[in-house]
Ligand binder design. Structure first.
Ligand code: TZP
Ligand code: MG
Length: 223
């Protein structure tokens, strides 16, 4: 177990409950992926997601000024619903917009530098296994994202699925650290995942591809 400081005074593990992640690339089958994304994000906020991460990344994602302008619109929505706005990977944009937090993977800026740069932001770090937990400075993070639990279509370079047992394996080495599970999660698998030690679930496609976003979000909220 690594001793952690309460970096972000307002962060608590309940905020990981239903953590929605997306970017316009997750709506590329629609006519206007930006409009579709904003509509979905607002429905999800209205239905009660507890945290939001902008992950504008991969094939078809916005770049430059278009990304900045889209991010500002998403941030405004999050502010309206008082839900933390977390930026994936893009530390410069997180600074420019003064996002509530950032999420980084093992190949992004080192967490030591990110924590120096953002002493008061929520920082999430991706962790795949107890070995990666041991090798990472998780004590500088507010929460860890553990997965992929199941197979996923939403991340091209996703690692091998770890199953609910993989969540339990990380929980077993740290009883306290806030954990959000990720990867192929549906309403149906959420109970099992939480029983294996996750404080919450982070989801892309189960929400972005939902016919009824509000119904799915409320389904995730029952746990
Ligand atoms: N990291 C590990 S799996 C994943 C990310 C970003 C994608 C999760 O998306 P989905 O659609 O909920 O499987
Ligand atoms: Mg990353």
């Amino acid at each position: 177990v690594k001793t952690r400081k309460n970096w972000h005074m307002t962060f608590n593990r309940e905020q990981l409950g239903v953590y929605f992640i997306c970017g316009t690339q997750d709506f590329k089958e629609t006519d206007n992926s930006e409009t579709a994304a904003l509509r979905c994000i607002e429905m999800a906020l209205q239905a009660g997601i507890t945290m939001f991460q902008l992950r504008e990344k991969g094939v078809g994602s916005l770049k430059g000024a278009a990304k900045v302008s889209f991010a500002k619109k998403v941030q405004e929505l999050c502010e309206t619903y008082q839900v933390p706005f977390i930026m994936n990977d893009d530390m410069d944009l997180a600074e420019e917009l003064d996002a509530d937090g950032v999420h980084i993977g093992q190949d992004d800026d080192p967490i030591e530098l990110v924590r120096q740069r953002f002493p008061n932001k929520i920082i999430g770090l991706s962790i795949h296994s107890p070995e990666e937990y041991a090798d990472s400075q998780v004590e500088l993070a507010d929460y860890i994202g553990v997965g992929p639990v199941y197979g996923t279509q939403s991340k091209g370079d996703a690692k091998a699925p770890i199953g609910p047992e993989g969540i339990q394996a990380v929980r077993n080495v740290d009883a306290e650290i806030p954990i959000v599970a990720i990867g192929g999660i549906t309403v149906e698998t959420t109970a099992t995942i939480r029983e294996h030690g996750a404080d919450g679930v982070s989801i892309i496609s189960a929400i972005t591809k939902a016919n009824d976003v509000a119904k799915v979000v409320k389904g995730f909220k029952k746990f």
